[in-house]
Unconditional design. Structure first.
Length: 283
């Protein structure tokens, strides 16, 4: 409200509040409704009891205004337009496998905020587009996971993975979207594996002695394809040929020592065959 600041509001002490009071003015607030019946409240002002002058509201802030709550009056605005009032959806008719739900719509007019809207003839309301029936609970009552066959191990030897397809099936045996099956009990689609070819391995024997005692020769050894589980030798085609150990390698004899090479004896040097003489040979 308005006031005339004739007095300094800070010049008064706490006990001076008895010099002030709330008074009701002749003006009213704006109507609480833009249409229909609303409420207007009288404006109140702080007044100096002695001078009867209007002062700042701050000087009356500690005073009660409870008795002023009765200073209300009705105000009448243009009638409110007719409108549709829609209720909440009803519970679904089925808990699963698809049901339906409904709601009601009523043509009403708001008369005042202090009362519920008044029902009117539906022809007075504009054409509505609200949906009054809807489907609900589309999830299936019974579903389960169908497990496909595991694939071959991704690694022929060593750690790899195997995969399989999972399908969500309803009570009628039909394939449906996976979202309809419980994820909490979903089986594994990928799992670790060990390639079967790891059960076959090349086994080699010890190298033989060098083929010569002195100079360059060769050594040999036997290599078998071994089935680790049974402990038996199998055909070489079960093992990976590129990893087969070598079976022949070069060697050098280390027992080379010097020895005499003796030629045949030469003819006797005696002049008479009845006399003693000498024969020679080289070595």
């Amino acid at each position: 409200g308005y006031y005339v600041p004739l007095y300094d509001e800070y010049a008064y002490s706490a006990e001076d509040t008895s010099n002030y009071q709330w008074v009701v003015g002749k003006e009213y607030t704006t109507c609480s409704q833009t249409c229909g019946i609303g409420i207007q409240r009288s404006r109140i002002y702080c007044q100096n009891v002695i001078t009867e002058e209007m002062v700042t509201d701050a000087l009356c802030n500690n005073l009660s205004t409870e008795y002023l709550d009765l200073l209300l009056k009705k105000c009448y605005m243009p009638p409110c337009p007719y409108e549709w009032q829609v209720t909440e959806w009803s519970p679904c008719s089925k808990s699963c496998d698809g049901g339906h739900r409904t709601r009601n719509i009523t043509c009403v007019q708001v008369v005042t905020l202090l009362a519920n809207p008044v029902s009117k003839d539906p022809s007075l309301c504009p054409k509505h587009t609200q949906k009054l029936k809807d489907s609900c609970n589309h999830h299936y009552c019974y579903t389960h996971w169908h497990r496909g066959r595991w694939s071959e191990c991704s690694s022929p030897c060593g750690v790899g993975t195997i995969k399989r397809n999972l399908t969500c099936i309803n009570a009628h045996g039909m394939k449906i979207d996976k979202d309809n099956c419980s994820m909490s009990i979903k089986p594994r689609e990928v799992q670790r594996c060990i390639g079967d070819q790891c059960t076959y391995k090349w086994i080699d024997s010890n190298w033989s002695n060098c083929s010569v005692d002195c100079g360059q020769g060769y050594q040999t050894r036997d290599v078998y394809c071994w089935h680790m589980r049974s402990g038996n030798s199998v055909d070489n085609t079960f093992c990976v040929n590129s990893t087969k150990p070598e079976t022949v390698k070069q060697c050098h004899g280390s027992c080379c020592t010097g020895k005499w090479l003796v030629e045949e004896w030469g003819p006797c040097e005696a002049a008479d065959c009845h006399l003693k003489g000498l024969k020679h040979r080289n070595r």
